[in-house]
Design a protein around this ligand. Structure first.
Ligand SMILES: *Cc1c(COP(=O)(O)O)cnc(C)c1O
Length: 453
């Protein structure tokens, strides 16, 4: 694939594919945010990807800042990963019996994340969180689950629940198809709200099976834990006999070799101890459907076949997926990918800030180690209400300007900018040179609440 700027091409073929897709796939996409509803226009249909580049059906090339929403930490079509996949594929696709690769991938995860003694492999992050919650309920014999507003844990019924305003509310379902019964055992608290969490435990402590949290939230934009909030969750769960589930599907093996756990345990430290259970996905599958949940051996022993809590999967531990995941994880440490991405983020963040400052665009850049996102707002964002208060129209203008200049950002204002090992200095310079025009486009959108007259 050439890296020439070919964005003088039309997008007619993508548009035609989207029309065909809309006829046979609801909304034309197999995951809602791909549809460009938040940013206008129609999505690009990608036909090939190499390194940091995507090519669409019309032959346009884009620098990729989505990275499949996290997994492609090595860049696309990384030769060593392609070779591992090919080698696995010629030996058979799926056996329905134990196989070598799943042992190796489980060992790699257990070796990286200290508090994880055992993992069970599954095929998606959704399955991982759903199963972890079932296990927590089975282990504790309790029913209630606490989650935080703005944290996304996949499309698990009980976790598609939204808080009303105020402190903590028993949830109403967030979507038709989730019943009141499925949502009524879910309690939603604002993220970083220690007093709110304390109040919920004071009232319902004996009924709470677990608190599930994104290790460092990344699905409302990057909203890291403040004032030792992770330790607050740990202290309260421990005091009330509830489990703590740290969802590292996004951060795991991305923000450090041991994910957010590795980063936070080394920086802040965990005086109250680590979470009981962890969930992983995205990077650990290297772009294939592989995910996992794991943790303390005495809890994991409750899972079938060693224990009573049922959990299963025809394709769990799939040999091709585990080969891709293992090859990806090995490369991240062999090539010191975490330092590379850290340096890339350090180069990009100030360039974004100065481009936006030059145009007087209010913004806050928030980070979880090397992961970062940009909020079009003027105050720090500590929870979902504040995240939603940003000026999303400005993001839309920024996004579309970047896309016109051949930079494909996530089509949502509430996502990280996903970097990879393939984002070299040359690629970053191209991104940086696109920023002034995108900042100008954002500046042309009136500040929220100040409609142009
Ligand atoms: C992506 C994500 C999930 C869901 O994973 P899927 O593989 O899309 O089901 C769960 N939790 C977090 C934190 C995620 O970022």
């Amino acid at each position: 694939m050439t890296t020439a700027e070919t964005n003088g091409h039309t997008t007619d073929r993508s548009a035609a594919l989207f029309t065909r897709a809309e006829a046979v796939i609801p909304g034309g996409v197999n995951s809602p945010v791909r549809a460009f509803k938040a940013v206008g226009g129609t999505p690009r249909f990608i036909t090939a990807a190499t390194g940091a580049w995507l090519r669409d059906a019309d032959g346009n090339d884009y620098i990729d800042l989505i990275g499949s929403w996290g997994p492609m930490i090595m860049g696309h079509s990384r030769p060593e990963v392609v070779a591992a996949v090919q080698e696995a594929a010629v030996k058979g696709f799926s056996f329905g019996t134990p196989s070598t690769g799943e042992v190796e991938l489980a060992e790699e995860i257990v070796n990286r994340v200290d508090p994880v003694d055992q993992v069970r492999l599954v095929s998606s992050g959704t399955e991982a969180t759903m199963s972890a919650i079932r296990l927590a309920r089975g282990y504790t014999g309790r029913s209630k689950v606490v989650k935080f507003a703005g944290c996304y844990h996949g499309h698990v019924d009980a976790l598609l629940a939204q808080a009303g305003s105020g402190l903590a509310t028993f949830s109403l379902p967030d979507t038709p198809g989730v019943t009141g019964a499925q949502a009524q055992d879910t309690i939603v608290v604002d993220y970083n709200d220690a007093a709110g969490l304390e109040a919920v435990f004071a009232e319902h402590g004996d009924d709470i099976a677990c608190v599930i949290t994104e290790a460092s939230p990344g699905n409302m934009g990057i909203v890291p834990p403040r004032d030792g909030f992770t330790n607050t969750i740990r202290r309260l769960t421990k005091a009330h006999g509830a489990l703590m589930i740290s969802d590292e599907v996004m951060t795991g093996f991305r923000v450090s070799a041991a994910g957010w756990y590795g980063y936070e345990s080394e920086t802040l430290g965990y005086p109250e101890g680590p979470a009981d259970l962890f969930t992983f996905g995205k990077v650990m599958g290297g772009g294939f459907p592989a995910a996992a949940f794991g943790g303390r051996a005495d809890i994991m022993a409750y899972l079938a076949p060693s224990g009573p809590v049922y959990q299963a999967g025809t394709l769990s531990g799939n040999p091709v997926a585990t080969a891709a995941g293992l090859a990806t994880l090995k490369l991240t440490t062999e090539l010191d990918v975490y330092s590379h991405i850290g340096r890339a983020a350090d180069k990009l963040r100030p360039a974004i800030a100065s481009a936006l400052e030059a145009e007087g665009v209010a913004h806050v850049i928030q980070s979880a180690n090397s992961m970062f996102s940009v909020f079009f707002t003027d105050t720090d964002v500590t929870n979902y209400d504040q995240a939603r208060a940003q000026n999303v129209d400005r993001y839309t203008a920024f996004f579309n300007s970047m896309l016109d200049q051949g930079i494909h950002m996530p089509p949502s204002a509430f996502e990280a900018w996903f970097l990879s090992y393939a984002h070299t200095d040359e690629i970053l310079d191209r991104i940086i040179s696109a920023l002034p025009a995108a900042a100008k486009a954002a500046a042309a959108v009136p500040e929220a609440g100040k409609a142009q007259s």
